[in-house]
Design a protein around this ligand. Structure first.
Ligand code: ATP
Length: 202
């Protein structure tokens, strides 16, 4: 899965529209302390469906919206678009006719986040699954945030296993199993209720 473009607007320190073209091979981002290098990685994680504000170094998800400076007012919304090369056809069937995929996430104060995939509204889960099935995503070990290496060294075996599962591309299957189990529980409860009603009628 090759990322080709990243666009940000109103996201953390990237208040003005900013577009990065990601070419084949190694890409380096250099700059002085505090210029926004980590914000770029966070933008990637965010557009892939990150839902933990803490992982974005914030208290709430709205903290990703440009908060204003002495000379510029705060913004009301933020957006990140990620363009992916889809020539290897990893996208879900509905979107798989296209050679490139554009995933967008927008957050508006007091409203929350909305996602689109090639311009069509999708759920956070759809975006998370798309990346999980391609062995990447917001929790991918390929995205190393500050302090993560020491966290890994100190991690318990279960947490380490989760990292291996992400890398093996099976975390999407676990999510689907969990959802199937929840549905099964719901169905069993409904069945029990029907049996109670039937008993009451007898
Ligand atoms: P270092 O090299 O020190 O790790 P960095 O280049 O990775 O720095 P970041 O941590 O990405 O820099 O960016 C930090 C900057 O982003 C700070 O100046 C901070 O004020 C700014 N910033 C973070 N969130 C927001 C926000 N919501 N609104 C405006 N600016 C923000």
């Amino acid at each position: 899965m090759q990322f080709t473009r990243l666009r940000l607007q109103g996201f953390k320190s990237f208040v003005d529209p900013t577009e990065l073209v990601i070419r084949d091979g190694l890409t380096g981002v250099v700059g002085p302390n505090g210029c926004g290098k980590s914000n770029l990685l966070e933008a990637l994680r965010w557009v892939m469906g990150e839902n933990r504000a803490k992982a974005m170094r914030g208290d709430g998800m709205e903290d990703v919206i440009f908060a204003g400076t002495a000379s510029r007012p705060a913004r009301n919304s933020a957006s990140v678009d990620l363009v992916i090369d889809n020539t290897d056809r990893l996208a879900p069937a509905t979107f798989n006719h296209s050679d490139s995929l554009e995933i967008s996430r927008r957050i508006t104060r007091d409203i929350g986040s909305a996602y689109t995939l090639n311009g069509k509204n999708v759920r956070a889960r759809d975006v998370q699954m798309l990346f999980a099935d391609a062995s990447t995503g917001a929790h991918s070990p390929a995205l190393v945030r500050q302090g993560q290496i020491s966290e890994l060294i100190n991690a318990k075996p279960k947490a380490r296993r989760r990292i291996l599962e992400e890398a093996a591309g099976i975390s999407g299957l676990y999510q689907r199993r969990h959802e199937a189990e929840l549905k099964l529980n719901g169905a069993e409860q409904n069945l029990a209720r029907v049996e109670d009603v039937l008993e009451g009628l007898e």
